[in-house]
Design a protein around this ligand. Structure first.
Ligand SMILES: Nc1ncnc2c1ncn2[C@@H]1O[C@H](COP(=O)(O)OP(=O)(O)O)[C@@H](O)[C@H]1O
Ligand SMILES: [Mg+2]
Length: 635
């Protein structure tokens, strides 16, 4: 590839524009830039504004200064106590300006020293209180903002999930999706690390200023300790990071394992796999325990190492003080107490650089994963156009419809059919033939090739999804129920208020009312996760009631009555027959008796249309349908 710089030498021109472009493009390819792009995108979504960064940084700076001042005030305090003379504070750098405001401090002739001593102590206390008050305000402010940032990012991720196509969810495990949601927390972690590190770096800088003011020579000696400490702790921190990665992987495995098992409890029980599952879980759990122990063992080394190295360094410096300043006055030497105090507090703070590195390194993989939620690649978002679908004029037509869920395996092959408005179209055929797939494409769970599904001669892709789905009611093969009450499940998704009469009426139509009457809580009965507390037939009847209530123009019944006994089915069939009057209906049924009343029957086999026509035509033809019919005659 030709790079910008090569280009300049080849053309022989030193066009500044070209050079600038090349520099910019190189910068853009740099890792830091992509991290920056990712983080700024995150911050944008979280609603982080410059003020949210600048204000805490500013407050941190002030707090650090107060910390520095209270530390600096210890110098005259110690000096005065040791020499039993405080008069020098009138001339002391910085301090003299404060003293000027309080001329009385040194005037008390009885005990000027005591007065000055108390005055200095008061000042130290004042600045310590101010510093802590500021820090507290900053923390509360940050907590308030962080709460909002967290809410924003969770909301955004959730909303993104809702826009993804069904295909995305087919291919992604629930455990993974929940994990991704939880990854949002890492954005906060990065922010918190950033704020903490700014705070610490300011404090560090101020401490060093105080130390420099006391003795630049000793400060340089201290600076030598820093790389040693940094180097020692770096090894530990990188070890911690690699353990954290393993822990993360084990956590994911554990989560997936638990999710999988809990969602298939009956399967586990009926095959008596409890012991095997337990052993499996125990292994991962044990692995996690060991990893955590390892992490603790390594992590707990940080403090002792820090303490020992810092103490060694301080002892070393003490020796230097003894050598260099042996002839100094005791009052001068005593000031070094303050220096040591500052050094002892400042040195461990150097670890902040390691902490920043590990925190960012740990947050990077999850954040990159979370970042994928932002773009539409592999999300199978179903295309939609600007048009609003109002009502069906003539009918729905499939034109040469081809479809595959996975590349290389056609599920629908050149399907051509016409479903007329107000008529009942039945799709029949063996299981796996592609009937549900056709319906899935019509309700737009999956995207179809342009021009292959036409609604009143307009490509279905031109309509908004919302307007299309408002006019479609679907009873799917697997009745979907929310973990909520029967009432909320039946009235789900309706934007109008449902009266009790209406609810009772529709329950009667769906042959659900007698069942509900038996329940102590009636319509307020909770159905459990995915409706586990109901039988298959009851779930289907809830789904039918829901679809009947929706009163949409197009009704799609995908084996809606397959879990019902023949008698209930016949009863419901009457209600359905009544409900579908004047509606455009698509029925998929295994029991051919239920498709008897269809205006048109379409036989699907292996993703193709094998036959189509009215019941009589198909029976007369004595083809495919005739054979199915003969097989199932007893219904
Ligand atoms: N989400 C999916 N991902 C991949 N393949 C699928 C998916 N859903 C269905 N299929 C496959 O498509 C074919 C047709 O399925 P489907 O339309 O459900 O059949 P039918 O409703 O006629 O029984 C089947 O072979 C099935 O394995
Ligand atoms: Mg099906």
């Amino acid at each position: 590839m030709l790079k910008g710089a090569d280009f300049v030498t080849i053309t022989g021109k030193t066009d500044t524009g070209v050079i600038l472009m090349s520099i910019i493009s190189r910068l853009k390819r740099h890792k830091a830039y992509s991290n920056y792009v990712i983080m700024s995108k995150f911050f944008g979504i979280m609603g982080v504004k410059p003020i949210h960064i600048i204000l805490p940084v500013f407050l941190s700076f002030i707090a650090a200064s107060f910390d520095g001042i209270s530390l600096g005030l210890l110098v005259p305090l110690v000096k005065g106590v040791v020499s039993n003379n405080f008069y020098f504070i009138k001339e002391a750098a910085g301090l003299k300006y404060i003293v000027k405001f309080f001329p009385g401090v040194l005037l008390n002739t009885d005990s000027p020293n005591k007065n000055a001593f108390l005055f200095l102590i008061g000042l130290v206390l004042l600045f310590v209180v101010l510093k802590n008050a500021l820090n507290y305000i900053t923390s509360v402010l940050s907590a308030y903002w962080h709460g909002r940032f967290g809410r924003n990012i969770y909301l955004y991720v959730f909303e993104r999930f809702l826009t993804f196509g069904k295909m995305f969810f087919d291919r992604t495990s629930e455990g993974y999706l929940i994990m991704i949601m939880n990854y949002s927390e890492y954005t906060m972690k990065v922010l918190r690390t950033f704020e903490n590190s700014v705070n610490q770096i300011f404090t560090l800088a101020i401490y060093f200023t105080v130390m420099l003011m006391i003795s630049w020579k000793l400060t340089i000696v201290t600076l030598i300790v820093f790389p040693i400490l940094h180097y020692l702790l770096k090894a530990i921190v990188s070890r911690l990071y690699s353990i954290a990665q393993l822990t993360n992987a084990s956590m994911i495995a554990l989560q997936r394992n638990v999710f999988n098992i809990l969602s298939c409890i009956p399967l586990v029980k009926v095959y008596s796999k409890e012991d095997e599952m337990k052993a499996n879980f125990r292994n991962i759990n044990e692995e996690l325990r060991k990893l955590n122990l390892r992490s603790d063992k390594v992590g707990d080394l940080i403090n002792p190492i820090q303490e020992i190295v810092v103490t060694l360094a301080l002892l070393f410096m003490l020796a230097i003080v003894a050598l260099l300043f042996a002839e100094g006055k005791p009052a001068e030497i005593s000031v070094f107490v303050v220096f040591f105090y500052a050094a002892k507090r400042a040195l461990p703070m150097f670890n902040i650089f390691n902490i920043i590195k590990t925190d960012f390194a740990q947050a990077k993989p999850p954040l990159r994963e979370l970042y994928k939620v932002f773009d539409d690649t592999d999300k199978f978002v179903v295309a939609q156009g600007p048009e609003t679908f109002k009502e069906l004029q003539s009918g729905i037509e499939l034109k040469g419809l081809n479809f595959s869920y996975v590349k290389g395996r056609r599920v629908l092959n050149d399907v051509n059919l016409y479903m007329e408005k107000g008529k009942v179209t039945a799709l029949v055929g063996p299981s796996g033939a592609g009937k549900t797939t056709i319906v899935n494409l019509i309700v737009r769970f999956y995207d179809c090739p342009p021009g292959s599904i036409m609604v009143d001669n307009i490509d279905i892709r031109n309509f908004t999804l919302k307007s299309l789905r408002r006019e479609m009611a679907l009873v799917s093969q697997e009745a979907l129920l929310l973990n909520d009450t029967l009432r909320n499940n039946i009235t789900f998704g309706l934007d109008r208020k449902i009266t009790d009469e209406e609810l009772i009426d529709v329950s009667k139509k769906a042959r659900l009312y007698d069942f509900i009457l038996q329940l102590p809580a009636g319509f307020d009965t909770e159905v459990g996760d995915r409706g586990v507390k109901l039988s298959g037939g009851e779930k289907q009847r809830v789904a039918i009631a829901r679809a009947l209530l929706k009163k949409s123009e197009i009704l799609i019944l995908d084996e809606a009555t397959s879990s019902l006994d023949t008698k209930t089915e016949q009863l419901i069939q009457a209600a359905i027959d009544e409900a579908i009057k004047g509606k455009t209906t698509i029925v998929i049924a295994h029991r051919l008796s239920t498709v008897k009343h269809a205006d048109k029957i379409i036989v699907i086999e292996d993703g193709r249309i094998a036959e189509q026509g009215s019941l009589n035509e198909l029976l007369k033809k004595e083809g495919r349908f005739y054979r199915y019919w003969e097989d199932q005659k007893f219904f």
